[in-house]
Design a protein around this ligand. Structure first.
Ligand code: ZN
Ligand code: ZN
Length: 374
């Protein structure tokens, strides 16, 4: 494996997404304007990567408001992304209020949508004061509903983030024989991904050996990783804003026969789940495909989480892959398949890949081999 060349990612133009957002506002909501406050959604619509800003989308205008720290960055990034927006730099809240209230009044937008899942109670009260002429309407996942279908440029970034993680793991697996602590191995992984051009972790890596592996979301400890222990390694990185997510479970030297049996069952379950991923299949059916074989092995209770989740600008996004999910997979969805078995006092096994749904089934983006014994 070789590290991907991150200088060759295709340019990303986000401008056309505003038009699709307006269509979605028209067809799935009854709002006249939408105030976008969740940063991943702002990035998706405008290409802006800063940490503060708001975007107001009316029928005819996009108003992007941020503060003085981002004056140059905002202008450059929106321009590079091909976004036609009025950029306003404000120093104070009342300044921000003036600009947004003015744009709303101009647009004649009596119903203003807020992102219900991203606005705090305090923000909602502030906006109610700011916009007395508009009715505030809760909306759910309007921008996320667009983000669920990845464009080729987005898939290229997720694929690159997955390749960085694959390559980092390949370099570091031999290190496990030197009895590093879980923390030492986690830090080495982070470092190896940064060295390959990732901007950071997509989440704090999980490195959980022996009994720690029985906790699906264990934090890396200062305990050395011993021979014959199952080691759950769940990690990912960010490339140009896009996340990767992968889990492998390995053992330095032969583990117990029970551990090997767990690993075989989870690998089979994960393969069945992967095989089920295709356009038109429900996310619940993918979950069922994974769960069946684990239940048949007598470990149904020990698979105590959903099968997977969408991956993109956020590490956990739509669609959820679980028994209770109402999603149906479509071309361009990027999802994980990550069944696991966790036995208290013994350890855990989880195997996870990130896949993109294609015309002809699915394409795995994480490619690290699945090998139990190192
Ligand atoms: Zn993961
Ligand atoms: Zn995951």
């Amino acid at each position: 494996m070789t590290a991907p060349d991150l200088t060759r990612l295709p340019p990303m133009r986000t401008g056309a997404r505003i038009g699709r957002l307006r269509d979605a506002m028209e067809s799935t909501t009854d709002v006249d304007a939408l105030l976008v406050t969740r940063m991943p959604n702002i990035r998706y619509l405008t290409g802006f990567t800063g940490s503060a800003g708001v975007v107001l989308v009316t029928r005819d205008e996009v108003v992007f408001v941020t503060d003085g720290r981002y004056r140059t960055q905002a202008a450059e990034q929106l321009d590079a992304a091909g976004v036609d927006a009025r950029v306003a730099i404000t120093a104070t809240g009342s300044n921000q209020r003036e600009i947004l209230a003015g744009a709303l009044a101009e647009a004649g937008a009596p119903r203003l949508g807020l992102e219900a899942h991203g606005v705090t109670w305090a923000q909602q009260r502030t906006f109610a004061e700011w916009f007395p002429g508009s009715e505030l309407v809760p909306t759910e996942h309007v921008v996320e509903g667009l983000r669920i279908i990845k464009e080729p440029e987005e898939i290229a970034r997720i694929r690159a983030a997955c390749a960085v993680a694959d390559d980092a793991l390949a370099e570091l697996l031999p290190l496990l024989a030197e009895r590093p602590t879980e923390q030492e191995f986690a830090i080495a992984l982070e470092r190896a991904m940064r060295d390959r051009g990732a901007s950071g972790n997509s989440f704090d890596p999980i490195v959980a050996a022996g009994p720690n592996g029985a906790k699906p979301h264990a934090r890396p400890s200062t305990r050395p990783i011993e021979r014959g222990e199952l080691v759950v390694i769940d990690f990912g990185c960010i490339v140009d804003g896009y996340c990767s997510d992968m889990t492998r479970t390995v053992s330095v030297g032969e583990p117990t026969s029970e551990a090997r049996h767990m690993w075989d069952v989870v690998v089979e379950s994960q393969q069945l789940g992967r095989d089920a991923v295709r356009e038109g299949v429900t996310a619940a059916a993918v979950d069922e495909a994974c769960r069946e074989v684990i239940v048949a092995a007598g470990w149904g209770e020990a698979f105590a989480h959903g099968t997977g989740h969408g991956v993109g600008l956020e590490i956990h996004e739509d669609p959820r892959v679980a028994a209770t999910s109402s999603a149906t997979l479509a071309v361009g969805h990027v999802v994980t398949v990550e069944p696991g078995v966790y036995l208290p006092g013994i350890g855990g096994v989880r195997i996870e890949d990130t896949l993109v749904v294609t015309d002809s089934g699915s394409d795995p983006l994480t490619l690290a081999p699945k090998v139990l014994v190192l």
